[in-house]
Design a protein around this ligand. Structure first.
Ligand code: URA
Length: 207
């Protein structure tokens, strides 16, 4: 499935903010939350709804509700930066967590934590990680979700490298990828170029 670029004028301006080296923690965080709220609307576009009866103060009417529960799954820690915006829109969503870090020598993902809600298998699952670089963490996280019973999964990120998209599509061809931008390439340290640097450090002010 081809990666879907969520293009929106506000996303474009906020992406410039998060990319800028001069943006401090407050500006970076606010911009990332703006982007993720707008992206969330697009990512949810194909969620199924069903009608139900409601009563307004004036008359009976038809309301609409999501057919399935939604589970948001940020990959710790940088995925929490997308979770803030997504959970403001999907306030009813359960949140599962996958803890993963990148071994700086092998560049391979190491899993250290997983906690999922019981209803994962009957849910629409949105996997969150801002940077799709080599793809190894998100590919491994998606494998974990499938092994725990998830069948409807999509992946949302902020910036993707072509190498990461290709690897993710090869591993999980049925899964939709949503991104705010597709950048040029990876550098020799597997950072996205031009990218934004280390998303976790910048979101949490630890750089
Ligand atoms: N993770 C990041 O935070 N930034 C990159 O450019 C690649 C992976």
């Amino acid at each position: 499935m081809p990666a879907h670029v969520v293009d929106h004028p506000i996303i474009r301006t906020r992406l410039s903010a998060v990319r800028s080296q001069g943006a401090g923690t407050a500006e970076f965080r606010a911009a990332m939350q703006d982007i993720s709220r707008i992206m969330c609307a697009d990512v949810c576009r194909d969620l199924e709804t069903e009608p139900y009866d409601i009563q307004t103060p004036v008359a009976a009417a038809t309301g609409h509700q999501l057919v399935r529960p939604v589970v948001l799954v940020p990959i710790l820690r940088a995925g929490l930066g997308l979770l803030d915006g997504f959970s403001q829109i999907l306030s009813e969503a359960a949140v599962g967590h996958i803890g993963m870090y990148r071994d700086e020598e092998t560049l391979e993902p190491k899993s250290y934590y997983s906690n999922m809600p019981d209803h994962l298998s009957e849910s629409d699952v949105i996997l969150l990680d801002p940077m799709l670089a080599t793809g190894s963490s998100s590919i491994e996280a998606a494998h974990q979700l499938k092994s725990q019973g998830a069948t409807r999964i999509c992946f949302a990120c902020l910036i993707a490298a072509p190498e990461g998209i290709a690897a993710f599509e090869a591993a999980h061809p049925e899964m939709a990828i949503f991104t705010a931008a597709i950048d040029e390439k990876l550098n020799d340290k597997a950072y996205i170029v031009p990218g934004l640097g280390d998303a976790g450090d910048r979101y949490f002010g630890t750089d």
